[in-house]
Design a binder for this molecule. Structure first.
Ligand code: ME8
Length: 655
């Protein structure tokens, strides 16, 4: 089976962002899933460069549009690489292979009478690259709810494309093919839009020269949408390229809801006019919004540097977050806090923790050698049935382009596996001589569960399978979709390792607000601690952080530790960990921001004497300058601030 999937071609008027990344990551997960199914996949993305807004942006940077695009396109390519995007091709509309096809199609549509010359008088919105009739404007501005910006009056000789001629054919086609526009809410919107009547579309401009020239009338350049949509076939070598014959029609065009209209109306009509089969599905997902509710977009300037995010959290974590948070038919909420929360709960606690705790037990009880399992019990049977159910559910979700529910299903399996560890309590089995075979079965089941998780998550987090395979002593070939719910794949006798935690916890209390330096404290200890508990002695012993390298007494003497009296305490808004303290030390009052809010109520702290590192360089946390740090002891989830009970004044030295 072939599978042709595309993203929109993005305007390179500024660097790509998290919104743009979502579409591309979603398409990539689908492409990877289909490759795992054994389909012959062609995955296309690219850039839409012949737009008026590109000319404007380049002018603002006093540079040539092509040179400007070349720079930004490199950023796109770098970002896709950093996010492990597995596109087979990257089309730029400034490439000759594209321009040639656009000119051929324009000429053909003109010759057959579907394009005609007339005069355009109306309004143009440059940010949306869209023409509007006067009666559609809202208070004289662009009626697109997300835009609402100034429009410009245009009056020029133009070519027009007869959308109206195909209105009824298209309407009937959408009615008869309920799968054509998805999800259903977007299909209904499109039907209403077509019912309101299609106007012929202005498809050329004469007021600027950047773009593809109309071959028989070169003072015109082709209007951006007609040009852009054709990328989906020009990249395949339309009309007689091998890829075109092999892959067209597209199995799905994935895009945001903002541009479904162009894909569901203009694009099918171009294809109908050319007598070319229509794409099978046009899928419009929601937008990523900021906490304040606005769409993340270049023009709103609320974009966070994607490269920085990837560097901080890793591509798999970003991919997981983006795919998990966008529910079908609605918008997703993006914030770095949400991202860290998901990373800590779903990836570090649930997923990574199962893997480290179960591998730690194979290492502890069987020297890392996968044992031959004995007879399955009820719990193993239940897990096997669940894996079959989950495989089907994931397949069903991906058939309807819904990675969020696919991941939700996979995490049902992860949760069940964690419960299985508690139910089987291998640390107790290990103490009973007559439970040797049972322990073998449990440990074997652990490792099979890890293999299954590696396969299930492979399309979404492609960085994981190689890492998990390395832990399991397998090569990449162990990632086979058809074996997801087949048990007994892993050979007994295989040597596994505990390895590093796959997703170290991120301590968000170490963050300062956006725009300032952020330091991430990766609390690598968390997962290991739990694993250690379970493999440990009668009273499970926690695993401690290794003791740091020796220092001299002189180095220690540099630390100025003082008793400080807490005068006031209040939680820092919009965080759940940070507490702002006013402390009195040696006659002065200082502000200290401390990550203890989860463990203390403000009233429990006021009037207490604590230990302060008084000569620590101030740092900003959530915009508050913190002048020192108070000492606390912590292990796992327990934290206790060190308090001084004798009557010592704020300012007394701690030595
Ligand atoms: O429209 N949330 O390009 P574009 C989710 N060149 N997705 C988002 C997003 C957000 N906040 N912001 C952008 C164009 N996107 C045309 C397309 S195709 C023939 C021509 C994604 O750079 C989403 O896929 O404005 C949206 O449809 C697309 O970027 C718009 O990209």
């Amino acid at each position: 089976m072939k599978y042709y999937i595309t993203t929109p071609i993005f305007y390179p008027n500024s660097s790509p962002h998290i919104g743009t990344a979502y579409t591309t990551v979603a398409a990539d997960a689908l492409a990877r899933y289909h490759r795992l199914l054994g389909d012959e996949v062609y995955f296309l993305t690219g850039t839409d460069e012949n737009a008026q807004k590109i000319v404007r942006t380049a002018e603002a940077c006093s540079t040539d549009p092509k040179i400007y695009c070349d720079g930004v396109v490199e950023r796109f390519k770098e970002l896709w690489e950093a996010l492990d995007i597995s596109n087979d091709d990257f089309i730029r509309t400034t490439e000759e292979r594209h321009q040639k096809v656009v000119q051929q199609i324009f000429t053909k549509l003109y010759e057959q009478g579907d394009i005609y010359k007339s005069e355009y008088a109306g309004w143009y919105c440059t940010p949306c690259e869209t023409f509007w009739l006067e009666n559609k404007l809202i208070q004289g501005k662009c009626p697109n709810a997300d835009c609402n910006r100034e429009v410009e009056l245009l009056k020029e000789e133009s070519y027009f494309f007869r959308l109206s001629k195909y209105q009824n054919i298209l309407y009937k086609y959408i009615e008869e093919h309920p799968e054509f526009i998805q999800p259903t809410s977007r299909r209904n919107e499109m039907l209403r839009f077509i019912e309101s009547g299609l106007e012929d579309l202005c498809v050329s401009r004469t007021t600027f020269q950047w773009g593809i020239k109309v071959p028989f009338d070169p003072k015109h350049v082709v209007y951006v949408w007609l040009d852009a949509l054709i990328n989906y076939i020009s990249a395949l070598g339309f009309p007689d390229g091998e890829n075109y014959r092999r892959y067209w029609p597209a199995d799905v065009h994935i895009m945001g809801k903002d541009i479904v209209r162009f894909h569901a109306v203009i694009w099918p009509i171009i294809l109908l006019a050319l007598d070319i089969p229509l794409p099978k599905v046009i899928y419009g997902h929601g937008w990523y919004l900021t906490k304040e509710g606005g769409k993340i977009s270049k023009s709103r300037g609320n974009v966070q540097d994607s490269f920085e995010l990837i560097q901080r959290y890793g591509s798999d974590a970003i991919r997981y977050f983006l795919l998990r948070e966008m529910q079908v038919g609605s918008d997703g909420l993006y914030s770095e806090d949400n991202l860290v929360e998901r990373l800590n709960s779903d990836l570090a606690n649930d997923f990574g923790n199962f893997i480290s705790r179960s591998l730690a037990m194979v290492v502890k009880y069987r020297n890392g050698v996968v044992p031959r399992p004995g007879q399955d019990g009820v719990l193993e049977q239940e897990l096997k049935e669940l894996s079959q159910e989950i495989k089907k559910a994931v397949e069903k979700s991906l058939e309807v382009f819904d990675p969020a529910s696919a991941l939700e299903q996979i995490w049902r399996f992860v949760a069940r596996c964690n419960k299985y560890v508690d139910e089987t309590a291998p640390w107790s089995l290990a103490k009973q001589d007559n439970q040797r075979e049972r322990l073998d079965t449990v440990l074997y089941t652990f490792v099979e569960c890890i293999r299954i998780m590696a396969v299930l998550t492979a399309p979404f987090m492609p960085g994981l399978p190689p890492r998990i395979c390395a832990l399991l002593g397998l090569d990449k070939g162990c990632i086979r979709w058809e074996e997801v719910d087949q048990w007994g794949i892993l050979e007994p006798g295989t040597q596994v390792q505990k390895g590093e935690p796959l997703f170290p916890r991120i301590d968000i209390s170490q963050f300062t607000i956006a725009g300032e330096t952020k330091t991430v404290d990766q609390d690598q200890n968390m997962n290991q601690t739990q694993a250690q508990k379970e493999t440990g002695e009668a009273v499970p012993a926690p695993e401690f952080e290794p003791i740091k390298a020796e220092i001299s007494i002189d180095e220690f003497a540099k630390l100025d530790l003082r008793v400080a009296k807490i005068l006031s305490a209040e939680k820092v808004e919009k965080t759940d960990k940070l507490m702002k303290l006013e402390v009195e030390v040696a006659g002065v009052v200082r502000t200290v921001v401390s990550g203890i809010a989860k463990h203390y109520a403000p009233e429990d702290l006021v009037n207490q004497y604590v230990v302060l590192i008084a000569n620590l360089k101030p740092t900003k946390l959530r915009g508050i300058t913190s002048q020192g740090m108070i000492l606390a002891a912590s292990q796992g989830d327990v934290l206790e601030v060190l308090m001084v009970n004798k009557d010592l004044p704020g300012g007394a030295r701690v030595k």
